[in-house]
Unconditional design. Sequence first.
Length: 107
Amino acid sequence: MSTMTCRDCGIGPYGAQPSGLFLCDHCGHLLDLDTAWFDPAEVVVVDMDGNLLHYLSPHACLTWMDDISDLPTGDWALAMQALGQFKRAAKELEAALRAGLTYSTPA
């Protein structure tokens, strides 16, 4: 999970506005969720403070973890890289489940 940073400046977070749009507090860029494209593996939510957050879906996390198991074995550097990716996927999964996202298989 992470706070979604501005697509224009890459610095500021987006905050909810009364208009229903999201405003970057650094450069003033407005984001309209109706016209924005998001990765299908991500879930976009608004926290209690009005910040726009995005999570990797539980299904995507588990798919990522499963893909890691297909990496070739016998190479220490690849094994360490795979372990790092697995830990990252597990943290993303934990964050998504703590946020209340449920596991569902995409259609």
